[in-house]
Design a protein around this ligand. Structure first.
Ligand SMILES: [Zn+2]
Ligand SMILES: [Zn+2]
Length: 387
């Protein structure tokens, strides 16, 4: 079979019809491993043939540094899939995690992509051994080490830590993995009592800690542990074993839900009014779409938007919104957050003042709607209070 055959050939509609017609119960699972892989192009094609024959769907990244896979497997083929993985030394006994909520429709096709890295982290991997990872810890050991005085570090991006984190964890300010790890190295050198003090890393599902722990070991840190399976599996373990949760609040997740609650603690405040809240949401104005923590009252007050300016656009008739968006890019990413609530509140105050003066924050939009707004003849002049 030529390489051109080793990819999906159908459109999304056909794929959905095929999946529904198939009617097989499916199990969604994920796994990853940092491991040196040779000739990844050839490996990719072999995996594609093997897995396609088993009816596997999903999104898989392979790179010289390892594999990161999320797949949906016909439940009747799980044993065969396990055997296919174990038959390859690089993937033998790789632990996989099964999705808890699963409608079997998580993937429509099989896509295996060759990448330079399985996680885009901006680190120079050649400089350190990515397979020399930290000790994997289960929930009970992680808790025990915390009680014994370990330093705990959150390896997620700043916006993910907003609404929940481990008690007393160091929360990096950086909004990229690379920025966070560099920041962590500096912070640990400052606060670590001595080189024997345990360092505990955690992230959402565990993969980022694989790389981060290897990097910290390369930087000379000795006792580096990592939460195996991440917060997601920690939550499952504490529930199953009746352990106390040292993670407080919600876990940020990368799907429609945005968050899943781990404990009832509320560790954050509404970015607009400052009251205690961990309701995370996106600004509903499509070109903004910024993540923010917003209480119910502010959501009502600002029509689910981050600011009066976004609210004004969001409340226009749909046609006028479309016209306004023309030429502006709509941000579909859910991964940009407001990170300075104080300046957001300042901006809201200023916008509210302007609004009171002019009746609009978007004069051109108001004009296009043919509104009677006499002060708009002076749109280029700053309002008197700001002159
Ligand atoms: Zn509020
Ligand atoms: Zn907004």
């Amino acid at each position: 079979m030529g390489h051109h055959d080793l990819r999906n050939k159908y459109g999304p509609r056909d794929l959905r019809v095929r999946l529904e017609a198939e009617g097989l119960p499916r199990t969604t699972l994920s796994f990853y491993r940092y491991v040196r892989l040779q000739e990844v192009g050839t490996l990719r094609n072999e995996l594609y043939q093997e897995w396609e024959a088993l009816g596997v769907l999903g999104r898989i990244y392979i790179a010289p540094e390892g594999i990161n896979a999320q797949v949906s497997v016909p439940t009747g083929q799980l044993d065969a899939f396990r055997a296919a993985l174990d038959a390859r030394e690089a993937f033998a006994n790789v632990p996989w995690k099964t999705a808890v909520e699963d409608d079997g429709q998580s993937f429509l096709k099989l896509a295996i992509k060759v990448k330079s890295k399985v996680v885009a982290d901006g680190l120079a991997d050649d400089a350190f051994d990515v397979t020399n990872v930290g000790t994997h810890l289960d929930a009970a050991s992680f808790n025990r080490k915390m009680e014994e005085g370990a330093l705990v570090v959150d390896m997620r991006n700043n916006y993910e830590c907003l609404i929940g984190h481990f008690e007393g964890a160091y929360l990096p300010k950086a909004d990229t993995f690379r920025g966070a790890i560099e920041e962590v190295v500096v912070a640990l050198r400052r606060v670590q009592r001595d080189n024997d003090q345990d360092i505990l890393l955690y992230c959402t599902g565990g993969i980022r800690c694989e790389k981060a722990s290897a990097y910290l070991k390369h930087e000379g840190f000795m006792n580096v542990g990592q939460l195996h399976g991440g917060i997601i599996d920690y939550a499952r373990q504490i529930k199953a074993q009746g352990l106390p949760s040292k993670y407080m609040g919600q876990n940020f997740v990368f799907d429609e839900r945005l968050a899943e609650r781990i404990t009832d603690d509320v560790v954050s405040a509404c970015m607009q009014c400052g009251t205690k809240s961990d309701r995370i949401t996106n600004c509903h104005e499509a070109t903004c779409n910024m993540l923010l923590v917003q209480c119910e009252a502010c959501a009502a007050k600002y029509a689910d938007c981050c600011s009066p300016s976004c609210m004004e656009i969001h409340q226009l008739p749909i046609e006028a919104q479309r016209a306004w968006r023309k030429g502006r890019s709509t941000r579909s990413t859910k991964t940009k957050a407001i990170n300075d609530p104080e300046s957001l509140r300042q901006r809201i105050r200023e916008e509210e003042e302007m609004l009171a003066l002019n009746g609009t924050l978007h004069p051109s939009v108001a004009l296009a709607r043919g509104e009677d707004a006499p002060e708009l003849t002076n749109v280029n002049r700053q309002p008197a209070t700001r002159a």
